[in-house]
Ligand binder design. Structure first.
Ligand code: MD3
Ligand code: FE
Length: 200
């Protein structure tokens, strides 16, 4: 376990041991049985390559109408509660923060990526975001609070946890690519990223 600081990004590499990663995957599978992954459409009419769902009071939704947090899955189903091990992770790593209201579940196949973007649909950007990577490695790009300028990239591996606060919370970021076959955690491969957020 080592903590790497890149700007205001705090990267806890190897934070979760293998057994904790497997237990989390089981928790996420149970969540997805209640709130299945969907491939969101952007307001510009393009399909995202990442598939998404959520747990908690709110989930993040994108469709032809726009981006927003909703208190129900598009099917009308309630979002499942945030799994307890994730709530503990949040308490341990960001003890001063408010309780998380959303755990966004992102699923990447071998060709999925996420373009540079900011997360600013949440009401209070002084609250941190915590990310957990599971499965195949992913190339994470960290930019700046405004568009443009130099970026830095790092491979996120299964069990890595990243805390975004301060400027990192408002910085542009994205996933350039996944490295297929780099982890055996998920039997069919791919990557799961969980992000815990305060929404209201
Ligand atoms: C920086 N997810 O869900 S995790 C996202 O791996 C997102 O799925 C990526 O970007 C993924 O919005 C990157 C790291 C991350 C997550 C949320 C952030 C970095 C962040 C929110 C604000 C600032
Ligand atoms: Fe993001």
């Amino acid at each position: 376990m080592t903590i790497l600081r890149v700007r205001d990004f705090e990267i806890h590499s190897g934070y979760l041991p293998a057994d904790a990663q497997s237990a989390l995957v089981d928790e996420i599978r149970a969540c997805l049985a209640q709130a299945p992954l969907v491939r969101p459409t952007t307001p510009r009419g393009k399909q995202m390559s990442v598939r998404m769902s959520a747990a908690g009071d709110y989930g993040w939704i994108s469709d032809a109408t726009g981006y927003r947090y909703e208190d129900r899955h598009p099917s009308g189903a309630a979002w499942p509660p945030i799994p307890e091990p994730l709530l503990k992770l949040w308490r341990d790593l960001v003890p001063g923060a408010r309780a998380p209201q959303c755990c966004l579940i992102n699923w990447y196949d071998e060709s999925a990526k996420m373009g540079l973007h900011q997360d600013k649909d949440e009401a209070d950007l002084t609250q941190p975001v915590l990310s957990v990577s599971l499965g195949d490695d992913a190339l994470f790009r960290m930019g700046n609070v405004t568009r443009g300028g130099k970026t830095e990239s790092i491979w996120l591996c299964s069990g890595d946890v990243v805390v975004m606060q301060g400027e990192a919370r408002r910085a542009y970021h994205g996933i350039d690519r996944v490295r297929p076959g780099s982890s055996t955690l998920l039997p069919k491969g791919g990557r799961i990223n969980l992000t815990l957020r305060v929404v209201t």
